[in-house]
Write a protein of this length. Sequence first.
Length: 255
Amino acid sequence: MNRTMNRDEALRSYAAGNRDFAGARLSNTDLSRVNLIEAILVGADLSWADLHCADLAKANLANAHLVKANLTEASLREAHLYGATLSVAQLTGADLTRAELGEAKLVSADLYGALLNRADLTNANLFHASLKNAELYGATLRDAALARADLAGANLCQADLSGANLTGANLRGANLSRANLSGARLTSRGYGDLSFDESTVWPTAPELLVGTTIDGVSFLEWLETLNTIGPDPSDAVLVAWDAMNAAKLSRTASV
């Protein structure tokens, strides 16, 4: 298509049965609350567009440009966003359940409270993105770039974070029960109130936990003190974590 369109033109075309808007230029367009279910927007330019509360369920937005787009509370359930650029986009409360976001660029995007259950974010770039209180149950984040991302309070139960870069990420209050963090880099700036269980898979190399602290005491310092580094670092991490939290609770109780 590769033509510039306004809201009315796009809606008339969609109402007439057209679903192919590949390459359309819709930047800065007000598309709030529109119905574009299953629309084909491959490579479309939607940068700075207002799509808040829009219904884009099952839409194909592969390689689309959505820089600084407003997708607040938009429905993107099962949408295809492979390779899309969503840097600095507003996705607060958006529904991205089972969405395909592999290789997507979400640098500094705001996904506060977004629903990303079972979404595929393999190799996605989420540097400095806000995923605070986001739902990521069963999400795939293999090899994702999450450096300096804010995952405070996020639900990452059963999420696959293998190979992910979480350097400087905030995981305070996050739920990592049954999550897979094998090969992940975990030099976090916040781990308080982190939830995990015996099924959580931790990085296999203790050195990947350098910088992980509670009250200024690192995992490795606790591991060395407890002499628990052995053939299974996951066990060592759990022992160290329990010991660190027990010491913290003991100090709190004595105050």
